[in-house]
Ligand binder design. Structure first.
Ligand code: AMP
Length: 398
């Protein structure tokens, strides 16, 4: 069945049409600058070249219309009519405690997602605009919503509670939720397949290291902890996000710099992480690797702090699960930056991990990068959140 996967932001809409049984991507693209001057759609047919076309995209309904046009275009499309789309899977960032798994969309589900909006005010409303526009334009085609938070809903109370008055959890649901769940879910399942072991028998740590980054601990098929919290600001040092810090720092910076809380939060989200640590040099590991190799102090500082935080989380999750069978690296940095993996794995000698330096140089495929005699296996597994959304959508329809 062909499944259209939609990832809708406030001014952009990414899409992929996936043949769900084989995982083949028939076509994919992006509608960008929705509602802003200079809007356009880009489309790639199969493995072909990217085609970009300027278009007036006033709102998300216009964007969906253009997506359908691109997919069904007689000359350059990939299907002949809308009838060839069996279902639509939508990415939704926050499902709160209401959504412990993906679900098919109906009016009640939309209402329940709206109730989670205050937990992700920048993302959820935008995700929902896409859902509503598709429902309007695609009639009876079944639709699912797949949440970034759902995979982590199996975390036990001791892992998801903050050490603050319990009434804030009761009144406002302030707790740790975690994000990137679709990626952690996908990668940990591929890991079990590669180990030829039952998912439910394994202890797996997934390091999703991208511009946003998180680690999760999956024990016997269930996520038991993850590094992001109420929002995606907690945990690892990221591209521009600070990750964990002493909350008293907020007031301290406010007083010293004459800023208010939202200004400081903006700094913690957009000007911190490896970008902030490198004194604004870069948030991109391609630049940082270059700087590191040229012995530049700013890059060395940022990269070392980034890797150290990952090492600490791995250690914490080995303790939380009382062991680990496999550690997986994924996302932009995890998949592409061999020297970061090497630096992290160098700290895992206590687990009996050895790095296969040759395998660690490979790119773009699922690969074991630990030595054959390594007690704990280490993998690089390119993530594929769109395929996971398509798979979960298919499962809901069966
Ligand atoms: P993501 O958020 O998963 O798309 O990851 C984005 C980050 O991955 C970028 O900011 C880079 O730091 C890193 N990245 C992506 N591609 C490469 C590459 N070829 N080599 C090194 N780092 C990369």
């Amino acid at each position: 069945m062909n499944i259209l996967v939609i990832n809708c932001g406030s001014s952009s809409l990414k899409f992929q049409l996936i043949e769900s049984e084989t995982g083949n991507v028939l076509g994919k693209g992006l509608c960008d600058r929705i509602g802003i001057d200079g809007s356009f759609i880009s489309f790639v047919k199969g493995e072909g070249e990217k085609q970009k076309k300027e278009a007036v995209i006033k709102d998300h309904s216009d964007a969906i219309k253009l997506v359908i046009e691109a997919l069904t275009d007689p000359a350059n499309g990939v299907i002949s009519s809308l009838k060839e789309i069996g279902a639509v899977g939508h990415r939704v960032v926050h499902g709160g405690e209401k959504f412990k798994a993906a679900t098919l969309v109906d009016d009640e589900v939309i209402k329940a997602i709206e109730e989670c909006n205050e937990l992700a005010p920048l993302h959820n409303p935008a995700n929902l605009i896409g859902v509503k526009a598709c429902r309007e334009l695609m009639g009876d085609v079944p639709m699912s919503v797949v949440f970034d938070t759902a995979f982590h809903q199996t975390m036990p109370e001791e892992a998801y509670l903050y050490g603050i008055p319990y009434e804030y959890y009761k009144k406002y649901k302030i707790r740790r939720y975690g994000f990137h769940g679709t990626s952690h879910d996908y990668v940990s399942h591929v890991c079990a397949e590669m180990m030829e072991r039952k998912y439910e028998d394994l202890k797996i740590i997934v390091c999703h290291l991208g511009n946003g980054a998180s680690v999760s601990a999956i024990d016997k098929g269930k996520c038991v902890d993850t590094s992001m919290g109420l929002t995606p600001l907690e945990g690892l040092i990221m591209g521009t996000r600070s990750g964990d810090l002493d909350p008293a720092i907020l007031e301290f910076i406010c007083n010293k710099e004459g800023l208010d809380i939202s200004q400081v939060l903006n700094i913690l989200n957009k000007k911190s992480g490896v970008f902030g640590l490198s004194e604004g040099f870069s948030s991109d590991f391609r630049d940082l690797e270059d700087g590191y190799n040229k012995n530049e102090e700013n890059s060395i500082r940022a990269v070392n702090a980034f890797c150290y935080r990952v090492v600490k989380y791995i250690g914490a999750y080995v303790a939380a699960m009382n062991g680990v069978d496999a550690i997986c690296f994924t996302a932009g940095i995890g998949e592409n930056t061999a020297f970061v993996r090497e630096k992290i794995v160098a700290h895992l000698g206590y687990l009996g991990v050895g790095l296969n330096a040759e395998a660690n140089k490979e790119r773009g495929k699922n690969i074991l990068i630990s030595t054959d005699d390594s007690k704990v296996k280490v993998f690089v597994i390119p993530t594929n959140e769109e395929l996971e959304i398509a798979k979960q959508t298919l499962k809901l329809l069966k």
